[in-house]
Design a binder for this molecule. Structure first.
Ligand SMILES: [Zn+2]
Length: 372
């Protein structure tokens, strides 16, 4: 006879293992070639002044309205020749966005504290012995930049994008999660498309007390999103200062909760979760992405456990006799397509994350290629 406490301990152990696998998968992704190329590419674009950023955004928005660029917001922006050095060419007929490029001059003095004593150096002129030299902006001149979408050529290295889940949702999971969201005083809204929620799959609004999920994706993706938003509801209210320090940490936590809820229902969310968690973890300054993911482990596990305890859905490892839970849809990954390590692990019942060993696909491309 398996006691409730034993079941709970077994579940905790599984969630721990799951989190370790997630951490390993993030580590693999962020140390992979695709990730490195995307970072190196991004590093070639220097930060621009606030006013130039505004100039670019305004002109890009106008170009979007005129149908000259496909996206409302700019991606990578660079000058004509810089695009050429990156192997891309501005397309015919695309006019650039005007920004103000600073023109600097070199100034020298032997008495730096006296503002009157600085003199401008001519081109190539050297300072006299004992003089210090400083560069200073004298004026600004117009310069032109183009968005990546106005150029063609070598492909732009992009970090792997989260892949939306496909297929059916586990039976009863949407209703169970929605009930928990509502118990916290939030209304669950289903919106027709992402345009209504800032292009997102789901949004939690702590002020309006709403959780919105878009309907124009597969049920599996919708329910995964609801689990993510429930993670936000439970972990990231306005009174939760810690997690609100950086949005990246909050996103890592919410999506890790969604992964655990999914796994307990045989729903493999890794094709979405791993790139998503990696991307947000990488946006937190001062720490390696893997450190961020590791640090959230305890909170994530506790939250997932709280949620799973309150759901009355059929979950793996909850004592349901094997075979009875086969009705839970898991067309996400037909068994004959499973890889060997996954088949070997199937005795453990938790749908395993991709292996983290050297044999496993280190590159994000492979992770993305999983047919979820
Ligand atoms: Zn989120």
């Amino acid at each position: 006879m398996v006691t409730r406490e034993e079941t709970r301990q077994a579940r905790e152990a599984k969630l721990d293992e799951l989190h370790e696998r997630l951490t390993g998968a993030v580590e693999q992704l962020v140390s992979g070639d695709d990730w490195g190329r995307a970072l190196a590419f991004a590093a070639r674009f220097r930060a621009r002044s606030f006013s130039n950023t505004l100039l670019i955004w305004a002109q890009h928005a106008a170009a979007y309205e005129a149908g000259r660029v496909p996206e409302p917001v700019p991606s990578y922006v660079a000058g004509y020749r810089q695009w050429q050095t990156l192997g891309r060419q501005v397309e015919k007929g695309q006019s650039g966005f005007m920004i103000l490029a600073p023109v600097t001059g070199r100034f020298a003095t032997a008495t730096p504290s006296d503002p009157e004593s600085w003199r401008r150096l001519g081109k190539g002129e050297k300072p006299r012995p004992g003089e210090v030299v400083r560069s200073k902006m004298i004026t600004a001149k117009p310069a032109y930049v183009w968005d990546a979408s106005q150029t063609a050529g070598e492909p732009i290295p992009e970090p792997p994008a989260p892949k939306l889940l496909e297929g059916e949702a586990p039976v009863g999971l949407w209703d169970g999660l929605a009930k928990l969201v509502e118990e916290r005083g939030f209304a669950v809204l289903r919106v027709p498309h992402e345009g209504m929620i800032h292009g997102a799959n789901g949004v939690t609004d702590y002020t309006a007390k709403t959780v919105a999920v878009r309907e124009n994706m597969d049920p599996a993706a919708q329910v995964k999103t609801l689990a993510h938003e429930l993670g936000h509801v439970l972990l990231h209210g306005p009174d939760q200062e810690d997690a609100r320090q950086h949005r990246g940490i909050g996103e890592v936590e919410a999506e890790s909760v969604a992964l655990m809820i999914g796994a307990a229902h045989r729903m493999d969310t890794t094709g979405y979760t791993i790139p998503y968690v990696s991307t947000w973890a990488a946006r937190v300054d001062g720490k390696e992405p893997v450190e961020i993911v590791k640090a959230t482990g305890e909170r994530v596990r506790k939250t997932a456990l709280t949620i799973l305890d309150q759901l009355d859905t059929a979950q793996v490892g909850d004592g349901t006799p094997p075979g009875l839970d086969r009705e839970t849809p898991h067309r996400n990954q037909p068994s004959h397509e499973r890889s060997a390590p996954e088949r070997a692990a199937s005795g453990r019942q938790v749908q395993p994350l991709p292996e983290t060993g050297p044999r496993a696909a280190a590159s994000a491309a492979v992770m993305q290629g999983r047919d979820l």
